[in-house]
Design a protein around this ligand. Structure first.
Ligand code: HEC
Length: 296
């Protein structure tokens, strides 16, 4: 062995040690990415979806069909976005960009789940949409909600079990009422776990929230979220969550082989409350077949 191959061998051994012991984020270039399209939902809470005269999908939901089953075709959304931007379903104001793709990747190891979101965040929200008015102003927020095992129709309805017509920023609703799950119970698993990254003013900040949505939205208590990191490169955001498989209050305990229903929500252009872009419901599998299969 000459000198340079010997040093290469040493380097190789050092690298092998590093990859073995470091619980660092995975090599994202090797993790499959799937585009999930988020859209601006207007005023379409679960009560609207379950009203037969408003939404003909209701009978399908009662028969066990999922939102994505009816509203996604070959990876693209099949929704009437013009209708969602119209006065009937959006009395305040819709953004110009009604839908955009979010690249979703996931991986896990013995300790953590890693989720990475990549998206170009639009900045054309309606002037009248609720925007953040107090410091710090967040340009963009990205959240993932994981449905607990006892949420009714969790694998069908995505985050809609938390979205009600009497929640703040819905027309005529109490401005203090936060999103909630009906008959929620954290102990029984009828709630959503969620984590969120907030960009700060310039878009490169790193405020994180580890909360849950049960009888109401609680922005604290979670101990699973190790870190939420994000960067803004010319409007393209890359947000990475590192979440322990289990944690504290409101943190779902995750394990290999599990399939968890989840949804994604992006608040673009400083919007708050219901003025977000959301995904339909998808599933995340920890080494198990799912819409997004987290690789080990
Ligand atoms: C069985 C099929 C079916 C299922 C399941 C279903 N929908 Fe629909 N949905 C429809 C149809 C058909 C329309 C269009 C006309 C109407 O409202 O009846 C519609 C309309 C909508 C609209 C208004 C925009 C448009 O395209 O008209 C939204 C928003 C929507 N659905 C969201 C959802 C969500 C969220 C879920 C899951 C909680 C869901 N739907 C489940 C069939 C379905």
């Amino acid at each position: 062995m000459n000198k340079s191959t010997a040093s290469l061998a040493v380097l190789g051994a050092a690298l092998a040690v590093c990859t073995q012991f470091a619980h660092a984020a995975p090599d994202w270039s090797k993790v499959p990415k799937r585009d999930i399209h988020v859209f601006f939902p207007g005023v379409t809470p679960i009560e609207w979806l379950m009203n037969k005269s408003e939404h003909s999908g209701r009978s399908g939901l009662n028969k066990g069909e999922s939102c994505a089953g009816c509203h996604e075709e070959k990876g693209a959304l099949s929704l009437d976005l013009k209708r969602l931007a119209g006065k009937e379903l959006e009395p305040v104001g819709a953004p110009k960009t009604m839908s955009f793709p979010v690249g979703v990747q996931a991986a896990y190891d013995k300790e953590n789940l890693y989720v990475r979101l990549t998206f170009k965040s639009p900045s054309d929200a309606a002037a009248k949409a609720d925007k953040e008015d107090k410091a710090p102003m967040h340009e963009v927020k990205a959240a993932i909600m994981l449905a607990g095992p006892k949420v009714a129709q969790a694998s069908q309805v995505g985050c809609w079990a938390t979205c009600h017509n009497d929640v703040r920023s819905m027309p005529g609703a109490d401005p203090k009422k936060k999103k909630y799950v009906a008959n929620a119970s954290v102990a029984d698993g009828n709630y959503y776990d969620y984590f969120q990254w907030k960009s700060g003013e310039g878009g490169n900040g790193a405020t994180q929230v580890d909360g849950h949505v049960a009888g109401e939205r609680v922005n604290k208590g979670g101990q699973a979220l190790v870190k939420a990191e994000g960067e803004n490169k010319g409007g393209v955001y890359t947000v990475t969550f590192t979440r322990k498989l289990s944690g504290g209050e409101g943190d779902l305990a995750l394990a290999e082989g599990q399939v968890i229903p989840f949804g994604v929500a992006i608040h673009a252009d400083k919007t708050v409350h219901r003025f977000h872009h959301v995904s339909l419901g998808y599933t995340l599998g920890l080494g198990a077949a799912a819409d997004i299969k987290a690789s080990k």
